[in-house]
Design a protein around this ligand. Sequence first.
Ligand code: NAD
Length: 490
Amino acid sequence: MSMRNVQPTASHFIDGQYVEDKAGEVINCVYAATGETIATLHSATPAIIDQALAAAVKAQKEWAALLPVQRGRVLRKAADIIRERNQALSELETLDTGKPIQETLVADATSGADALEYFGGIAASITGETVPLGEDFVYTIREPLGVCVGIGAWNYPTQIACWKAAPALACGNAMVFKPSEITPLGALKLAEILMEAGAPAGLFNVVQGYGDVGASLIGDKRVDKVSLTGSVPTGRKVYAAAAEGIRHVTMELGGKSPLIVFDDADIDNAVSAAINANFYSTGQICSNGTRVFVHRDIRADFVKRLVERTKLAVIGDPMDPQTQIGPMVTAAQREKVLGYIATGKAEGAKLVLGGGVPQGEQFANANYIEPTIFEGVTDDMTIAREEIFGPVLSVLEFSGEAEVIERANATEFGLAAGVFTSDLQRGHRVVAKLQAGTCWINTYNLTPVEAPFGGVKMSGVGRENSRAAIEHYSQIKSVYVAMGGVEAPY
Ligand code: NAD
């Protein structure tokens, strides 16, 4: 495929149009598969940030005054446009992230469209309740929060923008979204599409920038809520900054999730899940099951099949529909992952596959890394404790149910967990004891919009997707209505 021109009209999208301010620091958008700079943007200046927030404040009032069904219609129309343009949006996502087109065609813009369709569909049924109190009663009104700030990570730029925008807008809020500086392009397309679908100018604004732009947004008095998708260290800073102004938060942070395979599991399915849970998006997924606990009696067989199948993975040009493993998003991310692989070896884990960089001309200027499998990993090793965010799978052996639950929970994170077993009761019993916001039984990493998604412990606060997200983008006004006279003591 020839390289498309992906330079946007301008860096930011504010009040319904593209806006530039070249005084802002340069942001180079680099295609991870070739090292080419494919777009050059500028970080938002204070003037741009002010413009975006002012536009959001104005649009929010107009938007909240619409009938809920009218708001829903705009979101559903945006979902339809996204689906019509899935090919072009997926190519853009691949250029923005380096993720294989085979994935972006089915998992990025499409999952964003699902969110817009889902929240568009329920916009008109976001209601309060009536509480009878004898003759008196209380009714509640579910109100928007106002202006929400969304801050994105680089692994699923379009999906993250949609997962935040869809519930926020459905509840009657406006949004200022700051994509990751590494992947600035996808959110701009969402802004264009929402306008085309009939959203008022200023309802969904995109400002580019590094962490300081995110920090400026959160610190502004006009902001009522911040929703972050990012790492735990960033989450700590953003949560603290939001606390200054007692702002609402949703924190979608990192993980080190367990995938537990019991000896009665269907081994081929469990291997499939371990592959999906570690190598999809070249391992750059927050909910990945990177600690694969395998029962002692099946460990050797499991590892043999896992290695055999992972050897078949096609690494290459992300734009080739056959490619299954693309490059890491940046050279820095690859260095970080290679560092973890070196530490894994140094600390005594046994490398059974990969561990290096694929050789050949096509890989020369890119950030590729081989899918990597370690076995003999113990709980205290660095690769079993820290989020690597790359294609590195660790196999840990266990023998008892209580033991594996305790080891699975022995982490500061709590984003996700998976259990493979053919024993129905065991599946539910184990999941009930796992400290994780999202669990899977006999599958892994499926995150449909209908299901709540989010973490416990250090992995986050709040939930995205499903009706649960409505709780995090609205507030309740409680109205007591007296039907009789008022008694007073004197
Ligand atoms: P990151 O924490 O480095 O950055 C996330 C975003 O925060 C970026 O847009 C960045 O510019 C911004 N930011 C940085 N410092 C800030 C500050 N002080 N104030 C405001 N904003 C600031 O994360 P990343 O490297 O882009 O993404 C990878 C991380 O995201 C991983 O830890 C991964 O697990 C996590 N993640 C979580 C989920 C989830 O849903 N739980 C999904 C995807 C990624």
